[in-house]
Design a binder for this molecule. Sequence first.
Ligand code: NAD
Length: 379
Amino acid sequence: MTDQTPTNDSAPAETQSVPQPAARQVGYAVIGLGELTLEELLPAWAVGKRSRLAAVVSDDHDKALRAARAYGLTEADAYSYDTFEELQSRPDVQAVYIVLPNSLHREYTERAARIGKHVLCEKPLAGSVEDAGAMVAACRDAGVKLMTAYRCQYTPLHWRARDLVQGGDLGSVKLIHSVNVQVEPADGQWRLKRELAGGGSLLDVGLYCLNTIRFLLGTEPTSLWAQTHSTPGDPRFGEVEESVTWVMTFPGGVTAQCSCSYGAAHTRTLDVYGSEGRLQLDPAFDYTNLNLRVHTPEAITEHRLKETDQFALEIDHFSACIQEGREPFTPGEEGLQDQRLMDAIYRSARTGQPVTLDAVPGTDAFRGPLPARTPDARD
Ligand code: NAD
């Protein structure tokens, strides 16, 4: 086995600079103080180079105050869902980051657009295709940017994997297998309620398989076939599905097979099989300790890259786009396309029939300009 020297050469370049002065950084209001915000996002702003936390929005005032104070803000920076619109008079808040249950993303995107704030929205973009389309339209009409928070499209290791796949290092790509499963507890949280989640394991974890495969290939599937399964009598799955397995065909004869579940122990993998080798990401979608290996008949090469906070990379990309007037690499349209494909996956599972998808010519059809790369990067 050979090891690659640790390097960050695949990182988007906007993340390489020293921190900007606080007054120049893009100020964010984060909406929703749940697990992701408290555990990952608040710490990420603290290490961002172009981004700073400027306000928190929650219906739990005590929690909002605690979070604000813990990250150097004051009581005046803690807003409720009802006072959200008061952010309009805060020129130091240029953007909001929506971290709420999926079906609430639309309401807060539309409200943010109405008060002139750019929107970074957690995945999935919405609970339905209709809502996702409305979010894209609302931000376009208001002249604000909308970015889908796809952290895996901003991390150095995923960019290295994309470079290897698209650069021919695996020869001709034939097959892709990806699995994203976890056990969802039965505590009645919003993920098991259709009205708030919009779907089950597909919208929550299966989306990573779908979105990362599209990112690695750069192309769009031309057909798909799917089936869902929920354990009969399991009270967790009365409203949303437990497991989904689906197969997609891509231009050039690539076949991708994916599975997601709320009933199997934490596993997140992605394997690309080419005529000259196999690329293995395991884990493929975790927040840290991602592993990338390439297996060929001659050697196993482990690609080790310096780890940078994935959320800080993603947030700094959006800040760079705001500061430089660029479109994000993963705009609302990218989230909307996944939403259409997940809709087609559910349709196929319902009917038992394959779904033929509209041909989408070109590459990265729903993405913005490629993020700036460092001089060493292979692009
Ligand atoms: P969570 O349950 O931990 O937090 C949800 C927050 O929304 C809480 O603060 C809750 O108070 C608030 N909320 C407002 N109205 C609510 C309502 N009617 N019902 C329930 N909660 C309500 O969820 P989370 O894990 O932080 O997920 C939030 C969003 O972030 C989801 O869209 C999820 O898909 C996404 N997410 C993304 C990643 C990632 O890696 N990018 C990881 C986890 C979650």
